[in-house]
Design a protein around this ligand. Structure first.
Ligand code: HPA
Length: 267
């Protein structure tokens, strides 16, 4: 599936060779507008790519320069909760790998579990817990991918160091923690959040982990940052809704953009 998609993307990109892949989360897609000398490729033009179904998510790849670095940005993530099979949800990552991308930067919206992290806030993901109980690597092994990838340091320590340094320099508070990935699309119950807290999760969301697993299998270095848009269920009196997630994401989006730009500039 990915060979045909990579071939089509190569044609659209016409010799443009991205080094960095960027996947932007809910309410965080603004960085796409900052990409210079842009090539936009609709998912509909790429074999195997479905249309995203979530408000706040577009459906296109954006190629161009950001901070002087050639990047390929995925605007419109594919979530498992939309009903996409895991290997479909991560096709953009396999396309990036096929195009030679070696560094993947992901953002997402997440619910905050650790009580000292008051939303809206930013959290550098240092590790994850995969509670989606699915892997994009299940099925036949793929050429160029590790069959049993090591996951002892899925989030690149050097990139994390750079992100930390950029945040400190820019005066942006950047928490660090463990991201638990759940299938969704319902938000969690308070009992589920208490369980997640006990097993060591600091934040919870419905994305990112399938992409990270795929990227690690393909040998990419990964950086991921969560926008903590709300206190997870049961930690505040307010019921959760997607509109609130989008609005809160927008309020820290500028800080997150500054961190991502700073990291890319340092590559
Ligand atoms: N739970 C799961 N996913 C989320 C949340 C949440 O509270 N907020 C944003 N994405």
């Amino acid at each position: 599936m990915e060979e045909a998609a990579v071939a089509v993307m190569r044609e659209f990109l016409g010799g443009f060779a991205p080094r960095v892949g960027l996947v932007l989360g809910s309410g965080l897609a603004g960085l796409a507008d900052a990409v210079e000398r842009t090539v936009v490729v609709s998912y509909g033009d790429v074999p195997g790519m479905p249309e995203p179904t979530v408000p706040g998510h577009h459906g296109e790849f954006v190629g161009g320069m950001l901070e002087g670095v050639p990047i390929l940005l995925q605007r419109g993530r594919l979530h498992l909760y939309e009903g996409h099979a895991p290997d479909v949800a991560v096709l953009p990552i396999r396309i990036m790998a096929g195009l030679g991308v070696r560094t993947l930067i992901l953002t997402n919206a997440a619910g905050g579990i650790r009580r000292t992290m008051v939303p809206p806030a930013l959290m550098l993901i240092v590790d994850h817990i995969n509670l989606m109980f699915r892997s994009p690597l299940a099925g036949p092994g793929r050429p160029g991918e590790e069959r049993f990838p090591d996951m002892s340091a899925p989030y690149d320590p050097a990139l994390r160091g750079v992100a930390r340094a950029v945040a400190a320099r820019e005066g942006i508070e950047l928490h660090e923690g463990v991201y638990a990935a759940v299938l969704g699309p319902s938000f969690e119950t308070p009992a589920e959040i208490r369980m997640l807290e006990r097993i060591g999760a600091d934040a919870v969301g419905m994305s990112t982990v399938p992409e990270v697993i795929t990227a690690r299998a393909a040998g990419m270095a990964v950086l991921a940052i969560s926008s903590i848009t709300n206190a997870a269920a049961g930690l505040s009196a307010a019921p959760l809704n997607h509109e609130e997630v989008l609005a809160a994401g927008a309020s820290v989006a500028r800080d997150l953009e500054r961190i991502v730009r700073g990291v890319i500039r340092g590559l």
